[in-house]
Ligand binder design. Structure first.
Ligand code: ADP
Ligand code: NAG
Ligand code: NAG
Ligand code: NAG
Ligand code: NAG
Ligand code: NAG
Ligand code: NAG
Ligand code: NAG
Length: 666
């Protein structure tokens, strides 16, 4: 009898435990057929039981989460010590190309499943340019990344990374594993189109996240591929959190799959039964069917004549879509677009798709019919083969430049006598159109000021933040394009290089646009960071005043905008020069700052100009501007230019309109 109360307590105790454990602590999916996951975007569970995160359409994202949140802390009410967890999953990536894909996929532990503002492409559906890395994101991700993104410091196009709140990894390693017997590292390819297994283990005691991967047929290797210390409690907060996967596609149509997944709190993840997994669908060319073999002899007569016609048609199509391809281009394969695709995307380079005619050739708008991705295709006629290899190598390396204020170069195509460069399409066209065209809305001062900051930061990226110094050499209003949100993006790289290679290397020839050329280019002919800063100053001047940097009066006399500004500066009436179309609606302090900065950037001595990093700081208001010297204010730039480079206006003919270039100094 005296045991009764104790039994009662025991029953109560187990009842309590059962309540606490009602939150799920463990699950195993050997395939996902009939399972209940929270899906969004492109994510679906296929009839075969594969979790397909992206479906082979470009520029989309997809997520899949376990439907209920899991308790990551000891106390049922939230709070308490953080718990260890462990997960295992099998993934597969099937790209349309053997060696190029879209960004990849990630396992995620996250406070919220709302990734609606996250971007696709390199952001993997997890973050966007504004909130990348912000602690308010509250996620821990393990990324399987197949693209090098310089802005996130990616190590290779085949790496695994541990990410906290953003896409820049806390730790990363090339995909692979350490052999248990020999300890040797063995490479694995994320793009191999074969499934592989990944384990993520978090030890609450040491705060270490370990990531391990291996081919399907191997057991879990003892040594993890990479580890990072993560304060999980600080990342996801005290409440329950979700676990799942995120993926996205960029310009390459890839499919990202998860084949199986298990998870466990406070212990090793249940092992996955590999023999039960659905197969990874890899496109296979089918052998002809038996019925065809029987029909073939009967229909052969018909077929022969049909074939003859087909050969004729194909031959004509071949000519129509013929490209020029050389052996050295194999390495650049992924960046090459087929002429046929570009031809169809631009409606056969039809006139209604013509966006404009620049110094180098025509620019057309294109739309890829399947994905709806919009591009701009620049057709450059080019006969010389000389230097083509170097040029294409540069195009590829320029294509790796990534900054939100640069127009992304996507790739190229080559035909006889013709080169096609493919860029991101900028729906709002170039900035000069907004400054001078009658039928466009006036750009407000705050838009202009925002564009100055954006373009300055992109030049900073080119000059200092990229692995090599990149000089733009042709910064000007018509090379600043406007994206959907009216952000300024610097475009038009790399063309003069082609002409540089084609011409006699001993003739110095000035590259750039009249009015934006720094005076020292007249005698040195050598572009520098300082000459880019000069052009940027002229650009800000043009946009602030709404006037071309160089112009002619009614009597054919030429004057430089910078001289007019210097005049006004001497007379203390400098704000009078601001674009009259703004009708006085601008911030005087900002306009003063910009005009003074323009004068500093246009200093005749390259050494006296500020560096682009300083320019960025001045524009952000983080640093006061130095005073202009008396000698500087009393300069007449036109006279000085004529002195240094002859009549600046006469150079036009030898400069081939407007050319840009990317020489790379180390
Ligand atoms: N990526 C792009 N997206 C949209 N329009 C573009 C793009 N690139 C160029 N354009 C348009 O094509 C015109 C000609 O371009 P471009 O050859 O770069 O001119 P330029 O050589 O005079 O700088 C530009 O004025 C611009 O309106
Ligand atoms: C991929 O998913 C998107 C969005 O769900 C859909 O619009 C598109 O048609 C799908 N593409 C394919 C090839 O299934
Ligand atoms: C899936 O799970 C969610 C959350 O647990 C639940 O609300 C929903 O009813 C489930 N759906 C099915 C079909 O079981
Ligand atoms: C991070 O996000 C919060 C909320 O969205 C925002 O207030 C804050 O300014 C952001 N911090 C940074 C450094 O961008
Ligand atoms: C792994 O692959 C990288 C890139 O392909 C290569 O540079 C490296 O030598 C390889 N390492 C091993 C051990 O095979
Ligand atoms: C993580 O890896 C280290 C060795 O690098 C190991 O000592 C530790 O036990 C591992 N932790 C887990 C949770 O697997
Ligand atoms: C982890 O973060 C929490 C909350 O921000 C903090 O209280 C705790 O001290 C941190 N732990 C460590 C080991 O830094
Ligand atoms: C794995 O699945 C197969 C086929 O369903 C089954 O025969 C086998 O017993 C399973 N193995 C384990 C370890 O559960």
């Amino acid at each position: 009898m005296q045991f009764l109360p104790l039994t009662f307590v025991l029953i109560l105790e187990s009842f309590h435990l059962a309540l606490a454990a009602s939150a799920v602590d463990q699950f195993t999916f050997d395939g996902f057929a009939g399972e209940n996951l929270t899906l969004d975007g492109t994510a679906v569970i296929t009839p075969d039981g594969l979790l397909m995160l992206t479906n082979g359409t470009t520029l989309l994202k997809g997520h899949a989460f376990y439907p209920s949140p899991l308790r990551f802390h000891e106390a049922a009410s939230g709070g308490g010590a953080v718990r260890s967890f462990s997960t295992a999953f099998v993934f597969g990536i099937v790209s349309e190309y053997a060696d190029l894909s879209s960004p990849g996929l990630a396992f995620v532990v996250t406070k919220s499943v709302d990734f609606s503002t996250a971007l696709q492409s390199q952001y993997m559906g997890l973050a966007n340019a504004r909130n990348n890395g912000n602690a308010s994101n509250h996620f821990l991700a393990v990324e399987l990344d197949t693209i090098v993104n310089a802005e996130f410091g990616d190590m290779s196009d085949n790496h695994v990374g541990i990410d906290v709140n953003g896409l820049a990894s806390a730790a990363a390693a090339d995909a692979g594993y350490h052999d248990d017997r020999t300890g040797e590292f063995r490479n694995m390819s994320l793009l191999s189109r074969t499934a592989a297994q990944v384990w993520v283990d978090f030890d609450a005691r040491t705060s270490l996240v370990n990531v391990t991967m291996a081919p399907l047929e191997l057991p879990k290797p003892k040594t993890p591929l990479l580890s990072a210390a993560v304060n999980l409690s600080a990342v996801i907060g005290e409440e329950a959190a979700y676990v799942g996967f995120s993926s996205s596609t960029g310009v390459v149509a890839s499919r990202h799959y998860v084949l199986a997944w298990s998870f466990k709190m406070d212990g090793p993840a249940p092992s996955l039964n590999i023999s039960k997994l659905p197969a990874l669908p890899v496109t296979i060319t089918r052998a002809p069917s038996n019925i065809l073999k029987i029909l073939l002899p009967i229909a052969s007569a018909v077929l022969v004549s049909a074939l003859a016609i087909a050969v004729l048609v194909i031959h004509r199509r071949r000519r129509k879509y013929a490209e020029l391809k050389e052996d050295w281009e194999v390495a650049f394969g992924p960046h090459r677009f087929s002429y046929k695709d570009l031809f169809h995307a631009t409606n056969g380079f039809s006139d209604e798709r013509l966006l404009g005619i620049g110094g180098f050739g025509r620019v057309y708008k294109g739309v890829f019919p399947m994905s709806g991705v919009e591009i701009a295709v620049k057709k450059v006629s080019h006969e010389s083969r000389q230097g083509m290899k170097e040029f294409i190598a540069e195009v590829i390396s320029i294509g790796q430049l990534r900054h939100r204020n640069l127009v992304q170069l996507l790739g190229y195509c080559r035909r006889k006598g013709e080169l096609l460069l493919v860029y991101d399409y900028m729906p709002n066209g170039s900035l000069d159109k907004f400054l001078y065209a009658e039928n466009r809305p006036i750009m407000s001062w705050s838009q202009r000021f925002g564009i100055f900051k954006g373009i300055a930061s992109s030049i900073l990226y080119l000059h200092e933040d990229w692995e090599q110094v990149v000089l733009h050499r042709d910064i000007k209003a018509s090379n600043v394009l406007l994206d959907v949100e009216m952000n300024g993006r610097l475009g038009d790289f790399g063309l003069a290089r082609l002409y540089d290679h084609g011409t006699d290397p001993h003739t110095t020839h000035v590259v750039g646009t009249i009015g934006y050329l720094a005076p020292e280019l007249g005698h040195t002919g050598r572009p520098s960071k300082a000459s880019d800063v000069f052009a940027f100053g002229m650009f800000m001047l043009e946009v602030t005043c709404g006037r071309r940097p160089i112009s002619q009066d009614a009597h054919g006399g030429r004057f430089l905008l910078v001289d007019t500004v210097l005049d006004h500066w001497r007379q203390g009436t400098v704000t009078d020069i601001v674009d009259p179309r703004l009708q006085g609606d601008f911030v005087v302090e900002e306009a003063m700052l910009v005009l003074k900065l323009c004068l500093l950037c246009s200093h005749p001595l390259p050494g006296a100009r500020p560096g682009i990093r300083q320019v960025v700081q001045f524009l952000d208001g983080g640093m006061p501007l130095p005073e202009l010297s008396q000698a500087h204010i009393s300069i007449n730039m036109l006279a000085l230019m004529q002195n240094q480079m002859g009549n600046p206006c006469s150079i036009t003919s030898s400069v081939a309109g407007n050319i840009s270039d990317i020489p790379r100094a180390r």
